[in-house]
Design a protein around this ligand. Sequence first.
Ligand code: SAM
Length: 288
Amino acid sequence: MRKPLYDRQAAEFCQSRELAKRWVEDDETRVQLILEHLGDAASILDIGCGWGMMLAEVAKARERRTVWLAGIDESPHRLQDLRVTCPCALGAVARAPYLPFRDRSFDAVITSQMLHEVELFGVELFGRPEETSLTVREIARVTRPGGRYLLLDHLDPGHGTVDVSLDARGRELLTRFADAFRYRPINPAKLGPDRYRLSKRDLQDFVTKIWSLGSPMETMEMEETHCVFTRNQVKTLLESAGFDLVRWIRFEPIRTDLSHHSIALVRGQSWRRKFLAVARRGRTRGRW
Ligand SMILES: C[S@@+](CC[C@H](N)C(=O)[O-])C[C@H]1O[C@@H](n2cnc3c(N)ncnc32)[C@H](O)[C@@H]1O
């Protein structure tokens, strides 16, 4: 079995970053979207729950209603503060394709920015392309018929290029990023002293990963992409496990990330870089 993606150093770095980000607008949107679409679920599992930020928000929103909350993560270091963040949640170290729960245990299952790590590390680095579909089937197994699966993750912006202008700091970071990124070659075309033409995918990975340069997360972030799923891929994945896709919401405009880094979009339009898929588990369990 492979080692968890997050060792102690990466887990500690990530947690302090997530704590600092906690109340920024885009993070709040993510939490709000999940809370809004949980419906009246009373038993909820968060897979890849880390230190339990989402579960704590769910517990707070449920106030005095009795709910059964559970979180699993493959990294014991990521999970170690769950008991402090969300004391009412049951926590377990486990890997997504092998959930330690009985069939039909939950009204709702959440994966928030987790499935892309299974997809990428399964397919690209460890040669296990079946991990993603195994995970979604496992989620279907533990979800009660009629229950829901909230899949929130990074969206593939598709083909196409845009032109951007960058200040001196942005130009320096782009050079560092192009040198460090291992997932695919990054080839920005220089159009002028501060102007570059980039594919939408390269720009999305650049602005959403530059925070990791020089940090304990750099190696991992440079090995994977944030341009992962298309709507069709997600629909097929869900349907093959017995879920129906009932809502598809795109959110987080790339222009917000660009403005954080003083990058101006001089040709092309902004796009939304994340999605929430709301899926309902059918009465039968799909085709496998
Ligand atoms: C990017 S973090 C997202 C954390 C949190 N869900 C959020 O939305 O902020 C991904 C989490 O998924 C966990 N993870 C990745 N692959 C996993 C797997 N195969 N099984 C269980 N957890 C996994 C990682 O340890 C990490 O805590």
